[in-house]
Design a protein around this ligand. Structure first.
Ligand code: FO1
Length: 307
């Protein structure tokens, strides 16, 4: 086991695979997690990216679905449907238990950072899982049918509507959490996971004052592209990148992260893009970024701590 001060910037499903790899080789690291896809579901505060991070670190996640708990049941949400209410968000029964506890503690006045720390400990997690912010803000997708929360776009409408824009509602009033700030300043190395750049990563790197903290941090900053060729590993990254005026390739991911990272890591298939990326002033490394198996995730994690 390697002990090093490093932080991982993380979103949901794609990130959780790499996090499992890091857990194989290190017990002690920070995970700074996107919170802009959090939302209220029947009075419960649901935090999909925090939860998949915790479930992955506790090794109880549903790896096939990429969210929720392995072996969970959906009796609660099915009953909500039978009562004639909206049940498109399939919050599992045991998954809901976590949201019930979180909502109770938040209502008692604890911050999301404090609540996440309590939940992590209860799940036996040794790593520090840090919400990027303790203040709620939301990713909204602007479509021809109107503006909607990311969860509505992705789950209720299956990611089908055209995307005109993506906006972070409330971000100006949000702040990087104190613990996330400290992690960024103390880390020797920061790895940006292969996550959706628009809805998982820039939601964090666009927070007010982050520019100052990010520049002050002496950490080596490395980003892993979530795209191979023109295909994202999962999810609607391309639709969102296009709405933001980018194309859909690792080169475009590098353009988005230009000035924020020292090194771009991309899939071997995309190694021809390295020359153009290096011309942008970044280092570029092509390696196997396909990490569905935990052994390949650990191998990539190992490499990310070396370069
Ligand atoms: N994703 C789906 O595609 N369908 C669902 O019904 C669904 C339920 C769900 C419940 C709890 C949770 O933590 C995540 C859930 N997700 C579901 C995943 C989630 O919508 C997104 O993948 C993430 O927000 C993206 O980061």
């Amino acid at each position: 086991m390697r002990e090093k001060k490093f932080a991982v910037i993380s979103g949901g499903t794609g990130s959780s695979k790499l996090i499992r790899g890091f857990k194989e080789i290190s017990r002690d690291f920070y995970v700074i997690v996107n919170v802009a896809d959090n939302f209220w579901f029947y009075s419960l505060y649901v935090c999909p990216d925090l939860d998949i991070t915790c479930y992955s670190l506790a090794d109880i996640s549903d790896k096939r679905r990429g969210w929720g708990l392995e072996g969970d049941t959906f009796n609660m949400v099915e009953q909500i449907g039978r009562l004639g209410f909206e049940s498109w968000f399939k919050l599992g029964d045991r998954d809901a238990a976590l949201s019930i506890v979180r909502t109770k503690l938040l209502k008692e006045g604890l911050s999301l950072t404090e609540v996440t720390s309590i939940i992590s400990k209860a799940l036996g997690i040794r790593q520090r899982v840090l919400p990027a912010s303790d203040i709620h803000y939301e990713t909204h997708v602007v479509t021809p049918q109107g503006e909607m929360h990311l969860q509505e776009f992705w789950v209720k409408f299956s990611g089908k509507p055209d995307v005109l824009d993506v906006v972070y509602r409330g971000i100006k009033a949000a702040r990087l959490s104190e613990d996330a700030k400290r992690a960024i300043l103390n880390a020797e190395r920061i790895v940006i996971c292969p996550a959706n750049p628009v809805t998982s990563i820039m939601t964090i790197l666009s927070l007010p004052e982050i520019k100052h903290i990010w520049t002050k941090s002496r950490a080596k900053k490395i980003a892993v592209s979530p795209i191979v060729g023109n295909r994202p590993f999962s999810g609607p990254a391309c639709k969102f990148m296009k709405a933001k005026g980018f194309g859909c390739s690792s080169l475009d991911v590098a353009r988005m992260y230009s000035g924020l990272v020292d090194t771009m890591v991309l899939h071997l298939e995309d190694s021809h893009l390295c020359r153009e990326i290096e011309a942008m002033g970044m280092r570029c490394e092509a390696t196997n970024t396909e990490i569905s198996a935990v052994t390949s995730a650990a191998k990539l994690a190992e490499r990310l701590l070396e370069i």
